[in-house]
Design a protein. Structure first.
Length: 210
């Protein structure tokens, strides 16, 4: 395979490990994968969320550090409760999130108002403590939701890409082990082992041929 860098430099290699997402990986292949092999990537459904990030000088309910919605896809966490995220000793970083069931049809303004209402419920009076805030309407949580229809975790694509010998992938959407970071590390480890095994096999064949 030939890997072409942004500056035009070309590298020849027998193995490539892509840590991009499924659609990004497909987009850089030339020639493209056969449709049957590409379909495995194309059927994956990404998980997205609307996120409200706050820097605050305290909160009205300081003991409330983590909240999950039971009937709504809401999430609240004061990350500064467990990590130092600011040089200012009195500032805290607070994260509020809503999972999006239909990201393409969501209204960012309504989603932001919903998250602010969630904060009103658990931290009434929070606005007067805000030092800085930002709203991110469609953040990527994971490249693929795990579904029963696709076979659960074992139904995710494996590290070796069918239809392109020597091409491997790793990420939160790859392999039958773990979620998010755990899945990324497990699939990268499996891909590396496959590459090493293929190289050792090539060496054995060369020695036998000699």
């Amino acid at each position: 395979m030939t890997v072409t860098l942004k500056d035009g430099t070309q590298l020849k290699t027998r193995n490539v490990l892509s840590t991009a997402g499924p659609m990004a990986t497909l987009s850089i292949l030339n020639p493209p994968l056969p449709q049957a092999d590409a379909a495995v990537f194309e059927q994956l459904i990404p998980v997205r969320a609307a996120c409200l990030d706050l820097v605050v000088d305290g909160m009205p309910q300081p003991k409330t550090k983590f909240v999950l919605g039971a009937d709504y896809p809401w999430y609240y966490s004061n990350h500064s409760a467990v990590a130092s995220l600011s040089n200012h000793p009195s500032y805290a970083v607070v994260h509020v999130m809503k999972y999006l069931s239909s990201p393409g049809n969501s209204d960012p303004l309504l989603d932001q108002h919903e998250l602010e209402g969630f904060l009103d419920l658990i931290q009434p009076g929070w606005r007067k403590h805000v030092v800085q805030q930002r709203f991110l309407p469609r953040m990527l949580v994971s490249h693929a939701v795990v579904t029963a229809a696709n076979g659960g975790l074992p139904g995710r694509p494996g590290p070796a890409v069918e239809g392109r010998p020597g091409l491997y992938v790793a990420g939160d959407w790859v392999g039958s082990t773990g979620m998010l970071l755990n899945a990324s590390l497990a699939s990268a480890k499996e891909a590396a082992r496959s590459i090493i095994s293929a190289q050792e096999q090539d060496k054995e064949e060369v020695h036998r041929g000699a």
